[in-house]
Design a protein around this ligand. Structure first.
Ligand code: DHB
Length: 475
């Protein structure tokens, strides 16, 4: 049996049967005070209650991952705060589709990557409840060699965490009708998926299997940074975007493979039937112009407008491909690609022929560590009559937010979206975020999308704006 993490007084209540109780115990917490520096540099003293929940499911496969922590502010800079009806930031820590655990954490993860204040820290200092869930991930393997964290484990776990919170509305601090999810990269993909797939019946058998609470798993809002998503179309998207770019070594990718994949993107876009005002139906022909004008040139404009006149002149001198006129940046798609430079990944970028990518492992099953999840890569290796394993199509749908937003879009999806990506992020195609944002906008959702100029993978350049956005949309 797995050990139950215990921290001071925050030993988590267990039912007499020995299975995890799904009833939140508000009296089990440690009170802690930490210093949190906000984005202006002001340091706040935040006293908060730190609750550890040993498992958010009744039949955990591995509570090291299927556990969560809740941080509730009680005083900020000496002033009491009441977070009982505050928005709830559900901040997943997933990276690389790997397992993520909060079981050993003894306090909120207030320090982010790079040493600054994390998104959770900023949210706590703003008076919000912060929930940090763990989740199973692709690399987990048991003593029999069985992979137990491959798709769809991570999204099932995050949904179970939401259900736990909602089942405990009134006991758990915060307003569980105002759950705002956040995540970066693979975590951004899962955050988007959590937002898109709320209450989908497709996950029901998986949630039942782990003893998830009987409650809704729909969330209010979704914050998604550089989501590595739409995986089964990501190889095609990548060649559409970065196909002509060199690898970091200076070499170019196999032109025939790149061309094959790029051609697939034409069909995918036709099937997506994305529309945008002024552009009509988005196709492989007009998508670059649309993304350039809608997201990337405005990104450069925002960047340049914020510079001093001297700094802007210097940037423009160093980047003569940009025209600056009427307070707006202009440039071509081709020059933009040259400016970004090398592509990060070879072709195919996600369903690698040799199964070496994180995504092939994500689609592993049983004792098989990694599998192909696109027909193209499978057939490249196994011959032209090979078929994807029978369970793959259903698992792709379980992992892809676009699946839940097309056709009759999921009516229980989040309606508020914060979507971010850096313009120099070639971990995936820049069209992934554009397609997601465009689909959501077309559905009438409130979508706040921004591309960070010249920023790379994982960037978050406006964290304070996200925190105030939570307050605004939740109000
Ligand atoms: C992540 C990055 C990737 O390039 C990828 O393919 C999957 C996940 C990540 O940073 O989480």
């Amino acid at each position: 049996a797995a050990t139950v993490p215990t921290v001071g007084a925050a030993t988590v209540a267990r039912a007499a049967t020995g299975s995890s109780s799904l009833v939140f115990d508000p009296s089990a917490y440690t009170e802690q005070t930490i210093a949190i520096k906000d984005t202006t540099g002001t340091v706040h003293s935040v006293t908060y209650r730190f609750h550890k929940v040993a498992s958010y499911v009744a039949a955990p496969v591995d509570p090291t991952y299927q556990s969560l922590n809740i941080s509730v502010p009680v005083a900020i800079d000496g002033t009491a705060v009441d977070a009982s009806d505050a928005p709830v930031l559900l901040a997943n820590q997933v990276g690389g589709y790997l397992p993520s655990s909060v079981a050993n954490a003894t306090g909120i993860g207030a320090t982010g990557m790079g040493g600054g204040t994390s998104r959770q820290g900023l949210a706590l200092a703003a008076g919000y409840v912060v929930v940090e869930p763990g989740a199973r991930g692709r690399s987990l393997v048991d003593a029999n060699g069985t992979y137990y964290g491959t798709a769809p484990a991570a999204i099932v776990d995050l949904k179970a965490a939401v259900r736990y919170l909602k089942a405990n509305q009134g006991r758990v601090p915060g307003n569980t009708a105002r759950i705002v999810s956040s995540g970066v990269s693979a975590g951004g993909a899962l955050s988007a998926l959590l937002g898109a797939s709320g209450d989908s019946p497709l996950y029901e058998p998986y949630l039942e299997e782990i003893g998830a609470a009987d409650a809704s798993d729909a969330i209010f809002a979704s914050g998604d940074w550089c989501p590595i998503t739409d995986l089964e179309h990501a190889d095609a998207a990548y060649e559409w975007n970065w196909g002509a770019s060199p690898l970091p070594s200076g070499a170019t990718v196999d032109a025939a493979i790149s061309a094959d994949l790029k051609a697939q993107y034409t069909d995918y876009l036709a099937a997506l039937r994305l529309r945008a005002p002024g552009y009509g139906t988005l196709t492989a022909r007009n998508l670059d112009t649309y993304i350039l004008e809608t997201f990337i040139q405005p990104s450069a404009t925002t960047y340049l407008a914020a510079l001093t006149e001297d700094a802007r002149a210097a940037y423009l001198a160093a980047n003569p491909f940009i025209t600056w006129s009427g307070g707006r940046a202009g440039f071509t798609w081709a020059d933009f690609l040259t400016h970004v430079g090398a592509r990060k990944k070879n072709a195919p970028s996600f369903d690698a022929f040799d199964l070496s990518t994180p995504e092939c492992n994500l689609y592993g099953t049983g004792t098989t560590r990694a599998r192909h999840f696109t027909l193209y890569s499978l057939r490249h290796e196994a011959g032209s009559s090979a078929r994807l394993d029978a369970d793959i199509p259903a698992k792709l749908a379980l992992m892809n937010p676009m699946h839940h937003l097309g056709g009759r879009a999921n009516p229980h999806r989040a309606r508020h979206w914060w979507i971010r990506v850096g313009t120099k992020d070639s971990d995936t195609s820049l069209s992934v975020v554009a397609n997601l944002a465009t689909r959501l906008t077309g559905l009438g959702d409130q979508v706040n999308t921004s591309y960070y100029w010249d920023a790379g993978h994982g960037a978050d350049l406006d964290p304070a704006d996200f925190v105030s956005w939570i307050g605004k949309v939740s109000g």
